[in-house]
Design a protein around this ligand. Structure first.
Ligand SMILES: Cc1cc2nc3c(=O)[nH]c(=O)nc-3n(C[C@H](O)[C@H](O)[C@H](O)COP(=O)(O)OP(=O)(O)OC[C@H]3O[C@@H](n4cnc5c(N)ncnc54)[C@H](O)[C@@H]3O)c2cc1C
Length: 492
């Protein structure tokens, strides 16, 4: 059975949906963190309402990548097959070149399903969000669009959000998933926020995606649609092209030094491509030919920050997930994936304290304790990756000196002193957040409240509703792909 048909229909019995009306969950934001938290909480039988300030799912942004650490959760929820059809990859080749186009390293990243138990998903942000939104609605989640949260009641008994227009929604727990500029942070933790305003990292990223038609007709660059990921390394800069929508599109990113004055913090801010092409003058003509087909790019300031100090409000019943608590650098390739991990983890933590209002404060504290080290690791790898890529080639002056000493064309080949350029965050793909939470919840919770006892029935119920037993299929996925004789490189 190929990955596109796994998990469809046979992973979840609807009678498991019996509502546990004891726990009312209000979620703020319909990004990946918010929608995933809604699905995970609804699967546990909680009553879920999501508030989103926009009038619909935002068409802004381009591509988003989910690693195996996130896609295995989508399979458990029964939506992995659908997402795979829209933009799946089992692996393939990654080629690294210098800015002139000379290959410096080629990596066969192998079959992700064999290696990590689930595929990579690389597709359009709006398409994937649409699938998650549909799934949430099918699970009975109430999604309230055009419902901006303008105020929070940080009560230790019954927290609430107030919508623009004055309506108040009360809950047992509020999950804030309002993104990197998190208006909730200013409302809930204004003093802490002042000390830690978003600080630009000194880099910005241009990014965009287009469908394949125009590129297919251009012989200079049509080969970029062959399913290979390509990265060009320049001085303190890099550009990448990624296959998208199963070979029907191409996305690019170009990350470079920026004093913070040109790029925006708003994902809707599009710029004509001409300005970027000017900056890239002298780079590989293949790359420039491909980029000339993109009409515009988003130009986004990269924020590089440690996870926030406050993950939970003073009242103990409002907590943060996703970018609102831990922005990721693009070179981590984990912003979306860590949002999914947060969402799966928080729903389990709430269920493992019995899915009851009185268990919420302990559930949230334990969630933070379980997640913080993992987030730090993902953020650190993203930073290290950028440093590795940006410092791989010496600065231009040093290169000129070196070239005048030697005409050896292998100068840039990775030697024993040069680490591989292959993405470091593949190391995060084997992690199974749901198994980790199930295994360690009691230990972490008892460190906070020594009297806590995890009931076997709570644990069994939570695991069953999250469909954690699906892991037993891991081996058979890989087997079935081999049986069907599919080659890794065939899939974009
Ligand atoms: C418009 C947009 C485009 C993006 N494009 C890309 C991209 O191309 N590539 C990429 O890798 N990443 C992109 N990202 C970021 C990426 O989606 C996130 O890093 C990651 O998925 C984590 O998501 P999140 O749910 O934590 O936050 P976000 O995706 O930022 O979602 C936050 C949500 O909260 C809503 N919200 C904010 N304040 C309120 C409020 N007061 N009341 C109600 N709702 C509120 C926002 O409208 C938004 O829908 C984009 C984000 C946005 C918002």
């Amino acid at each position: 059975m190929p990955p596109e048909s796994l998990g469809d229909g046979d992973t979840f019995a609807f009678d498991d949906l019996a509502r546990n009306e004891n726990l009312r969950v209000v979620i703020v934001g319909t990004g990946f963190a918010g929608l995933a938290a809604a699905i995970a909480c609804a699967r546990q039988g909680f009553s879920v309402t999501v508030c989103e300030r926009s009038a619909g799912i935002s068409p802004h942004g381009d591509s988003i990548l989910f690693g195996a650490n996130a896609s295995r959760i989508f399979y458990r929820w029964g939506i992995g097959g659908d997402l795979y059809r829209r933009g799946g990859s089992r692996g393939g080749r990654w080629i690294f070149q210098d800015e002139k186009g000379k290959i410096v390293e080629q990596v066969q990243i192998g079959n992700m399903i064999d290696q990590h138990g689930a595929p990579i998903l690389q597709g359009r942000r709006s398409t994937f969000l649409g699938s998650l939104g549909t799934e949430a609605r099918l699970l009975g989640v109430t999604i309230r669009l055009a419902s901006e949260v303008v105020k929070y009641w940080d009560s230790n008994e019954e927290p609430a959000v107030v919508l623009r227009g004055g309506e108040t929604l009360r809950a047992d727990v509020v999950i804030v998933a309002d993104g990197v500029h998190s208006p909730a942070r200013w409302l809930l933790t204004p003093h802490a926020r002042k000390a830690a305003e978003k600080i630009p990292s000194g880099y910005s990223v241009h990014r965009s995606a287009i469908s394949a038609e125009k590129l297919k007709a251009d012989s200079r660059c049509s080969h970029l649609l062959d399913g290979t990921i390509r990265t060009w390394l320049g001085p303190d800069a890099h550009a990448c092209t990624y296959p998208l929508d199963n070979g029907n599109g191409l996305a690019f990113t170009y990350t470079h030094r920026d004093d913070g004055s040109l790029a925006s913090l708003d994902w809707r801010d599009k710029k004509p491509i001409a300005g970027m092409l000017k900056e890239l003058q002298g780079w590989d003509p293949v790359l420039l030919a491909a980029l000339s087909h993109f009409p515009s790019s988003l130009h986004w300031t990269i924020v590089d920050e440690k996870p926030e100090e406050e993950w939970i409000s003073a009242g103990g019943r409002i907590c943060f997930v996703g970018d609102s608590v831990h922005p990721m650098m693009p070179t981590a390739f984990q912003g979306g994936s860590q949002a999914i991990e947060d969402a799966a983890a928080i729903a389990l933590c709430l269920a493992l304290t019995g899915g009851r209002p009185d268990g919420v404060p302990l559930a949230l504290e334990t969630y933070e304790a379980l997640r913080r080290p993992r987030i730090k690791e993902a953020q650190a790898l993203g930073k290290l990756q950028q440093d590795l890529w940006h410092q791989y080639l010496p600065p231009p002056a040093a290169r000129r000196r070196r070239l005048s000493r030697s005409s050896d064309s292998s100068t840039n080949a990775p030697g024993p002193s040069r680490p591989s350029l292959c993405p470091l965050t593949f190391a995060l793909y084997d992690y199974d957040v749901e198994n980790y939470v199930l295994e360690h919840f009691e230990t972490f919770a008892r460190a906070i409240d020594p009297d806590f006892v995890l009931k076997t029935s709570w644990r069994e119920d939570a695991a069953r509703k999250a469909n954690i037993a699906l892991d037993v299929r891991r081996a058979s996925w890989a087997d079935s792909i081999e049986r069907e004789g599919m080659k890794v490189d065939e899939v974009g």
